[in-house]
Design a protein around this ligand. Structure first.
Ligand code: ADP
Ligand code: MG
Length: 233
């Protein structure tokens, strides 16, 4: 299989697509909804029936960092006809919202069941190097900035702390009839992300947004990797 980082470097770009990002993460043993690239509606429909329904379609373009902002995410598609229709309307919407973006096609992936959305990410601090970030999804991060950080490499103890330090931790323990999520699965994923960042000096930023957490397990449904400006070495 081709190395997405080498491909991106050869293209002179620093943003990996979701398909490329998930390929690297999957190889590192991190649970992701694997994405298959389809370059037209027929391929998308075929990939969907292969994967099994319901599926999600997302625009694939190294020029688009936030797919929903440009109409590039279609959720819960239940048959081939819905996939074909979503493909066509997505291409139209994206062309309108991001006319200069070079679109490769769409990523087809399994629609994950609803759960509690969290974010696991890394950034590179000029002083400390790679740093892992953890938070709850949606407004918790965007509005309340309820996130916690640890410097790579994390020890199991750090993973326990980073999860428990957020103000919204109670949400993960289950509130108002919502079941508790598998906190150990999140801790494991955080440690895997720490290892990934430690082993990949080319990676400046990683965003698993969201990871969907369940009473049993967790899976990253979106992934975005940004490379450093220049190849190391
Ligand atoms: P964006 O580039 O806009 O961040 P995402 O891939 O995160 O796009 O998709 C937007 C939202 O759609 C996610 O926050 C999540 O709630 C939902 N979503 C995306 N992919 C899946 C999936 N495979 N299964 C279930 N929900 C998904
Ligand atoms: Mg996202």
């Amino acid at each position: 299989m081709t190395d997405p980082i080498a491909t991106a470097r050869a293209d002179g770009r620093t943003l990996l697509t979701e398909v490329e990002s998930k390929q690297l993460l999957h190889e590192a043993g991190i649970a992701v909804t694997e994405s298959r690239l389809a370059i037209d509606a027929d391929e998308a429909a075929a990939a969907a029936s292969d994967i099994g329904f319901p599926v999600v379609l997302k625009v694939v373009s190294a020029d688009i960092a936030h797919k929903s902002d440009v109409g590039g995410v279609a959720l819960d598609l239940r048959d081939e006809e819905a996939v074909r229709a979503a493909y066509d309307s997505m291409m139209g919407a994206v062309r309108e919202a991001a006319p200069s973006a070079k679109v490769e096609g769409v990523a087809v992936q399994l629609m994950a069941k609803p759960g509690t959305e969290v974010i696991i990410g890394t950034t590179t601090d000029s002083q400390f190097g790679p740093v892992v970030m953890f938070g709850l999804g949606g407004i918790f991060v965007e509005v309340l900035k309820d996130v916690s950080f640890r410097i790579v490499p994390l020890e199991p103890r750090d993973a326990k702390q980073i999860v428990r330090e957020i103000k919204g931790f109670a949400v993960l323990e289950g509130v108002r009839g919502q079941p508790a999520v598998d906190i150990e699965a999140l801790e494991r994923m955080i440690l895997q992300v720490s290892d990934f960042a430690a082993q990949r000096p080319d990676v400046a930023e990683l965003d698993l947004n969201p990871v969907i957490a369940y009473p049993d397990g967790a899976v990253a449904v979106d992934a975005r990797i940004v490379l450093t400006d220049e190849a190391e070495g």
